[in-house]
Every structure is written in C-alpha cells, then in structure tokens.
Design a protein around this ligand. Sequence first.
Ligand SMILES: NC(=O)c1ccc[n+]([C@@H]2O[C@H](COP(=O)([O-])OP(=O)(O)OC[C@H]3O[C@@H](n4cnc5c(N)ncnc54)[C@H](OP(=O)(O)O)[C@@H]3O)[C@@H](O)[C@H]2O)c1
Length: 313
Amino acid sequence: MMEISDFRTTRMPLNHGAGIMPVLGFGTLIPDAAVTISATRGALEAGFRHFDCAERYRNEREVGEALQAGLVAGGIAREDIFVTTKLWNTNHRPERVEPAFDASLDRLGLNYLDLYLIHTPFAFQPGDEQDPRDQNGNVLYDSGVTLLDTWRAMESLVDHGRCRAIGLSDIALNELLPIYESARIKPAVVQVEAHPYLPETELLEFCKEKGLAFLAFAPLGHGIKPGPLEDPVISAIAARVEKTPAQVLLAWAVQRGTALLTTPKTAARARENLNISALPEDAFDEINGIQTRQRFNEVVKTGSPGFIPRIKS
Ligand SMILES: NC(=O)c1ccc[n+]([C@@H]2O[C@H](COP(=O)([O-])OP(=O)(O)OC[C@H]3O[C@@H](n4cnc5c(N)ncnc54)[C@H](OP(=O)(O)O)[C@@H]3O)[C@@H](O)[C@H]2O)c1
C-alpha cells in the first residue's frame, strides 16, 4: 500500500526520464462541446493538472480552448500541466502517425505533448471515417499493419522531441509483453479500465516491476449503477471515514499505486474528486476483498469504444 500524504500533488516519475505525471487526472470523454469547455475549465481551476484527451473524443479543440483560457486566467505555465492525447485506430499505419499527432496538437493549440498513447491495439481501415464498417455493420480492420509497426512510429515522435512519453491503452498483459520486449523506447504508461470490480492486479504488478505507470480509467465504474459507487463495502467505508463513495474509490486507486482519470462535469465535483486522503489500512484491505467482477467498457475486445455514442455516417 502506497503511503501518500497529499494526493493532490502526488506525481509519478515516468520511465527513462520522460517527465512526471500527476496521479489525479481529468478525463475529457465528454460528448457535449459546451460541457467539455466548462468542465475542463472547472477542473483546471479546482486544481487538476493532468488532462487526458483523444482524437476519437472529437473535442480536442474545445479542450485546447478551455486550457489556453484557463492557463492565462490562472497564471499557470504550460509546463505545469500534463497533457495526453491518443492515436485513433484508423491512424495505425506508420505514415499516418505523425500527421495524426500534428493534427491533435494543432486542435489542442499546443506545441508538445507530455504523453501520446495508442488508443487501442486494434488497427481499423485507414481513412477519415473513425468507425469504418461494412454493409452488415461489422468493423473493418486493417491487417496490413502490426502494433509494433505503429510503436516504431511512436518512438520516432519521442526521438524528434515531439512528445515526452509514449504508451498504450486498452491493452491486455499478453499483448503488452511483446511490445515491451521489442520496444527501443519502453512504454511509459498503460491506460486501462480499473476499479474494485476490475482490479487488473496482474497487469499492475507487471507495471510496478518494470517501472511503467498504470493509469486507471473509469475508477468510479463510469458512474454506471449498479456499480462500485453503490457497492455496500464502499458505502460503509465512506460513512465511516466521512468521505463520499467517489472519494473512497479514488483514494483506493492511488493507494494501490495507480494514477487515475475521472470526468467530473462540474467544478464542485472536480473539487470533490481532488479532495481525497489516505484510507485506513483495514478499509483498504476490505476493498481489496470485494469479490464482484465486472468490466464496464468492452473496447478491449473489438477496439470499438464502449462509452462513446456511435454516430451514424
Ligand atoms: N482509453 C480508453 O479507451 C478510455 C475509455 C474510457 C475512458 N477513458 C478516459 O478516462 C476518463 C475517465 O473515465 P470515466 O469517465 O469512465 O470515469 P469515471 O469518473 O469512473 O466515470 C465518470 C462518471 O462518474 C460520474 N462522477 C464523476 N465524479 C463523481 C462523483 N464525485 N460522484 C458521483 N459520480 C461521479 C460522472 O457523473 P456525471 O456525468 O453526473 O458528472 C460520470 O458519469 C475519460 O474521460 C477518458 O479520458 C479512456
């Protein structure tokens, strides 16, 4: 169990000197443009310094606008925030990686990224259609590129100083291992769904052993009910320690050595999700003892997003 005094300022060093990542991250998977702007601004004002984006969320421009305005208003330097975005499945071909990276950077209004992730290990048919399907609705995959080909192109972005760290998302340990072994620049971060119903302990242990940062998404189970937010063990601990169930789940995630992403839509919730403190050891152990197992996002099975509404083209 990690001993942490102030979660708000806790940061994880990334491997090969690739920077330090605040453990409490704000996720921008928000379908509405106006809510994206207000929530991002609220998160920055509340104290979040880690922002997780993706070309697939189709709102990098709004996130960028909110960050630029918030940095100026708050007198915060670009170097004081940590910004990630992700390469989408349709851009896995090596020659598409740098143009996709440049387009994301342009939409975000930034000149470097702290972290660039391969969003999923699935390559889709290359092109502008983010969700390519055949007439029967089946996803069109691209068998002409391997994950290692894409990884080599990610490495060259680091070589050219375009981003400080690279990593993978929605990946299982058996898929991560061959990339880890062949990589010239080892993945710095792995982003996957994790909460007490999906602890991903084996992957977490691997990350700790090799010095990769494990970044949990959906630490509140994406707010889906029933789910971890309503779990009786979590509610009882919340009452006992006088915190909210969300604060208990987030504290557990940090104490077990992961960084995390949440998506509070209001400034009040952003403050709540930052105002977390260490749980007593017995409470931490009780959460580890929860036996319910549930994955909320099926993206790892097909590469098709589980939480992003599908737009018919
Ligand atoms: N790599 C991937 O494939 C992938 C997939 C999914 C997500 N992500 C990233 O991870 C981020 C976080 O994921 P997530 O949105 O699923 O995380 P989450 O924080 O587990 O779930 C967000 C939901 O929790 C609710 N919530 C937030 N704070 C709360 C609080 N204090 N009390 C009660 N409910 C609360 C929100 O409700 P309201 O809507 O009512 O505010 C929202 O419905 C995303 O924004 C995205 O950046 C990545």
